[in-house]
Write a protein that binds this ligand. Structure first.
Ligand SMILES: *Cc1c(COP(=O)(O)O)cnc(C)c1O
Length: 461
C-alpha cells in the first residue's frame, strides 16, 4: 500500500519499503539542487513529509521520477542504521563514531571459547589475563576491567578524591566535564573546576597553578588534575609528552594526582609511535576504552597503583559494575589491545586522506586545519551558510539520484559545540577505498551546494 500526498505539480509517494518517490519532478542536477534547497530552506526534513504531509516544493518541469532514500530521524549516537551496510541499494559509510564498531570474527570466536569464572570472586581467568596484560602495557602496578569508560573515569576520580570536600581540575572540553552527566559531582560529591582547553587539547599550566587552592577552611581541597588523551572535543588531539612531563612536575610540586581519560590512549600512542607506558609514566591513573577504535563490543580498563585499584574494585561494585563471567567480554578485550591496537595507524592514515581531500575542496564551503588532524577524528568547519551543519550532514546521508555514486555517509546530525564544526571518525569498518568514496560523496554535496549558492544569488536579484 502506498500513501501519497500531492501539492501543485509534485507528488510524493511513500512506498511500503519506506522509500520516498517523487514523481513529476525532474531529476536533472539543477532541479535536484532546487529540491534540496527548497527542502532545506523550509527546514523540511524528508521524514517530516510523511509525518506532517508538508506540501512539496513546486517544480516547473516534469521529467523522470526522483527517488530519495528514507531519512531516519537520528540523533548523534542513535539510529537503527547498521555500519557500512547496504541501505536500499545505497552503501552507508558510518562515520559518526568509533563506538559503532562491531567485534571482528576473531573476537566473536574468542568470546565463544573464553574460559570463564566468577570475576567478583576474582576467579575469571580471562579477565585476570586481560588485567595483567593491560597493567604491563600501561607500565602500572595493576589494572581493572570495568563495563564502560564513564565508570572507569568515575571510579578513578572517586578513588583519588577519597576525602570529602575534594576538588579536581580539568579542561572545560573534557569528556568527564561535558559528557558524563557531572557524575563526579552528582554521585561522588567531588567539585569540578575547569581550566580552558587550548585548541591542541592541552591547557595553560599557569592557569592550572593559579587555580590550585590554598589551605583555607573556606575552600575545597584540590586533589586531582584530569587530562584527556586523545582530546575528543578538540578533534582527537594528541597531548605532547613535553606537556605531560611539565604537568607531572607541577602536580608533584603541589602534591596532586594526575588522572588520564585515555579513552583513546592507544590512538595517542599510535600517533606518537611510543608504547602507552611512555605516556602514562606521567600519570597516576588512566581509564582506556576497549570498545572504541580498538573494536571490543564492551569494556574499559583502569590502570594505577595496587591500593588505587583496590579502591576501584570497591567502587565498581557499589556502582553495579561487578560482573560475573565477564571473561566472555575480556576475551574480546585481549584481541582489542593486540590486533585492535596494531591496526589503528590505518584509521589515522584514512583520517589523513579524508582531511586532505576536504582541504582540497572549495574553501568557501569547507575548511579544515590539517595540523589538527592527528588521530582518527576529523573536525572540519562548514563555512558556507547555504545550509546549516545539520542539513549538510543530512545531504551527506541522502542518496542523490543525479549522480552515479551509491554511497551515503553518516556523520553526527548534531555537530560539535564549536561554531559550525562537524566531526567524523574513522574506524575498522572504513578502509582506504571507503575513504575515497567518502571524499567522492563530499565532493557531490559540496558541488551541489555551490550550485545552490549560485541559484540563490540569481533568485535574489
Ligand atoms: C567515550 C569516551 C568516554 C566514555 O566511555 P563510555 O564507554 O562511552 O562510557 C570517556 N572519555 C572519552 C574521551 C570518550 O571518548
Amino acid at each position: 500500500m502506498c500513501r501519497s500526498y500531492s501539492s501543485g505539480k509534485a507528488t510524493v509517494v511513500l512506498t511500503p519499503k519506506d522509500m520516498f518517490v517523487w514523481t513529476g519532478i525532474s531529476c536533472s542536477r539543477i532541479l535536484t539542487s532546487t529540491l534540496y534547497k527548497t527542502l532545506f530552506t523550509r527546514k523540511v526534513h524528508l521524514i517530516s513529509l510523511v509525518d506532517r504531509a508538508v506540501p512539496l516544493p513546486l517544480c516547473t518541469r516534469r521529467i523522470a521520477p526522483v527517488q530519495l532514500y528514507p531519512k531516519r530521524t537520528m540523533s548523534m549516537y542513535q539510529g537503527g542504521g547498521s555500519n557500512n551496510q547496504e541501505d536500499g541499494g545505497v552503501r552507508v559509510i558510518d562515520m559518526r563514531s568509533d563506538t559503532i564498531t562491531k567485534p571482528t570474527p576473531a573476537m566473536r570466536q574468542a568470546m565463544a571459547e573464553a574460559e570463564v569464572g566468577d570475576d567478583v570472586y576474582g576467579e575469571d581467568p580471562t579477565v585476570n589475563a586481560l588485567q595483567e596484560k593491560v597493567a604491563k602495557l600501561f607500565g602500572m602496578e595493576a589494572a581493572l576491567f570495568v563495563p564502560t569508560g564513564t565508570m572507569g573515569n568515575f571510579c578513578s576520580i572517586m578513588a583519588h578524591c577519597w576525602e570529602r570536600g575534594s576538588e579536581m581540575l580539568l579542561g572545560d572540553c573534557a569528556h568527564i566535564f561535558i559528557y558524563e552527566q557531572g557524575g563526579s559531582a552528582q554521585l561522588g560529591g567531588i567539585h569540578p573546576r575547569t581550566v580552558r582547553n587550548k585548541p591542541d587539547g592541552t591547557f595553560d599550566l599557569g592557569e592550572v597553578e593559579s587555580k590550585i587552592r590554598t589551605s583555607d577552611p573556606h575552600l575545597p581541597i584540590t586533589r586531582l588534575i584530569c587530562v584527556e588523551n586523545t582530546q575528543n572535543i578538540c578533534g582527537g588531539r594528541v597531548l605532547p609528552l613535553s606537556f605531560l612531563q611539565e604537568l607531572r612536575s607541577l602536580a608533584d610540586r603541589h602534591k596532586l594526582l594526575v588522572h588520564m581519560d585515555g579513552a583513546r590512549l592507544m590512538n595517542a600512542a599510535t600517533a606518537l609511535n611510543v608504547p602507552p607506558s611512555e605516556i602514562l609514566q606521567y600519570c597516576d591513573s588512566v581509564s582506556m576504552c576497549l570498545s572504541k577504535g580498538l573494536g571490543a563490543p564492551v569494556g574499559s580498563v583502569i590502570g594505577g597503583k595496587k591500593d588505587f585499584i583496590a579502591r576501584c574494585v570497591r567502587l565498581r561494585k557499589v556502582l553495579g559494575g561487578g560482573m560475573r563471567q565477564a571473561g566472555v567480554l575480556a576475551a574480546a578485550g585481549l584481541l582489542a589491545i593486540t590486533d585492535g591496537a596494531a591496526r589503528l595507524h590505518q584509521d589515522h592514515d584514512n583520517a589523513r586522506t579524508i582531511a586532505e581531500g576536504i582541504h582540497s575542496m572549495d574553501p568557501s564551503v569547507l575548511q579544515i586545519d590539517l595540523n589538527a588532524v592527528q588521530s582518527n577524528i576529523i573536525v572540519f568547519e562548514l563555512v558556507s551558510h547555504a545550509v546549516t551543519p545539520g542539513q549538510f550532514c543530512e545531504m551527506l546521508n541522502t542518496y542523490d539520484p543525479s549522480d552515479s555514486l551509491d554511497v551515503n555517509v553518516r556523520v553526527p546530525m548534531y555537530p560539535t559545540d564549536f561554531k559550525r564544526g562537524i566531526r567524523c571518525v574513522t574506524h575498522h569498518h572504513i578502509n582506504a577505498e571507503d575513504a575515497q568514496l567518502v571524499l567522492k560523496k563530499f565532493r557531490v554535496v559540496v558541488n551541489s551546494m555551490a550550485g545552490m549558492a549560485k541559484k540563490m544569488k540569481i533568485t535574489d536579484k
